[in-house]
Design a protein around this ligand. Sequence first.
Ligand code: PNS
Length: 167
Amino acid sequence: MRVVYPGSFDPPTNGHLDIILRSSKLVDKLVVAVLKNPSKKSMFSVDERVDMLKELTKDIHNVSVTSFSGLLVDFCREIECKTVIRGLRAVTDFEYEFQIALTNKTMDEEIETLFMPTNTQNLWLSSSVVKEIAIFGGSYDKMVPDIVKQKLEKKVYEGGFKDARIH
Ligand code: PNS
C-alpha cells in the first residue's frame, strides 16, 4: 500500500518523525508531502522543510519526501495514491482532522484517511509550540531532532521568526 503523509512540517518535530517511522513499517511506500501554502506565513521555506525531512528519513528505504500545492486529493490522484495518514494527538485534533478527512472524502470518495495516535511523549507537541519556545529562548531539545534544532537556532538568530505565524 502507498500512503501519503501530508502536512506543513514547519518545522518537522519528533512527533512527525515518530509517525513517519511507525507508519513506514506498515506500508510499502510512504510519501511525506509538504504543503506549499503561499497564504500561510511560515518560518521555513518549503525547500528547507523538504530538505530537513529528506535528511531525517534518509535511512528509511520506503520513504520519499516531496511538496505539493493545491488540493490534497488532486495530489493523491497525480501520484496514484488513495490513502492518507495523519497523526492524532489529543482529542482537540479530532474536529480539525475529521474536517480534513471528510472534506477529502466528499471530493473524492476513493481517498481513505487513516489516523495514527501519537506516542505519549508527543501528546502536546506541535511545530507552533516548538517555534514559540525557540523564539523565547527556552529548551526544546526533546521536541525536535538535532538537525531541526540547529536550523531553528540559526533561524531565530537571523531573525527568521519575524515572518512566522505562531498559533
Ligand atoms: O500540518 P497541517 O498544517 O495540519 O496540515 C494540513 C494539511 C496540509 C494536511 C491540509 O491543510 C491540506 O491537505 N491542505 C491542502 C489543501 C486541501 O486539500 N484542502 C481541502 C481539505 S481541508
